[in-house]
Write a protein that binds this ligand. Sequence first.
Ligand code: IPD
Length: 274
Amino acid sequence: MPENVNPKDLLELAVRLADEAGRLLVQERPRDLGVADTKSSPTDIVTVMDQRSEKLIVEGILAERPDDAILGEEGSDRQGTSGVRWVIDPIDGTVNYLYEIPLWGVSIGVEVDGQTVAGVVEIPMLRETFTALRGDGAYRNGEAIRAYSAQSEGKPVPLERALIATGFGYAARRRAVQGEIVADLLPRVRDIRRGGSAALDLCSVACGRVDGYFERGAKPWDLSAGALIAQEAGAKVGGLYGAAASDEMTVAAAEGLFEALCGFLEGHDAARDS
Ligand code: IPD
């Protein structure tokens, strides 16, 4: 750990800024909010509120830690010299936010020397704050959480009784493949959920609100905080064939189900786009 870096202090700052951004997003959302810009496809949108939230968080970090690196979904890409990097999704679930579906949040992960050590996912409309410090467990509103649903009774849930969350990319071609895979998975599981926020999906694994999650195409800012929170809650988080979680594929579930889900996805060559 570099000198003058205390993960607890980093988490405290992350929690404060996620809370401030969350309040900004609730209180100052224009009634006639529209799309300010598009990115990878016409449905991959940015609103002015994504930009304002990222600005608030970046300014808040730099006011206290001017030597840190920052990666943000809406364009922040700053080099640093301290060994600390902040990975920010100023609104994860932007389409939900635009449509006033309450499943969206602010996600801030903090890396030290390339390893995520602290993370917060703030879900204002559910009044839920998920936090984790590496090695110190995961929490929702300050209470410890575990990655087992009530139905699992603390044991691995077999695939056929698992409630599985997933997400879809913005490119039509990739979506067609994702649709095929979900169509084949649906008869083999309890059910599927598509919530619309990868960070919240990972936190839902962490608190046992779903049994597992997988997605192709989730980006570092979608994953950074939520992956640490899910791991610290006892879930396994990774990619296929033993790889690390990445935008190629991210899978999260308690041990046993994780392997079953990976086996299904590997058998369907799920990390493909055609
Ligand atoms: C998206 C959400 C969605 C997931 C997409 C993400 P954004 O993030 O997390 O659930 O399926 O892969 O891009 O664009 O709302 O920040």
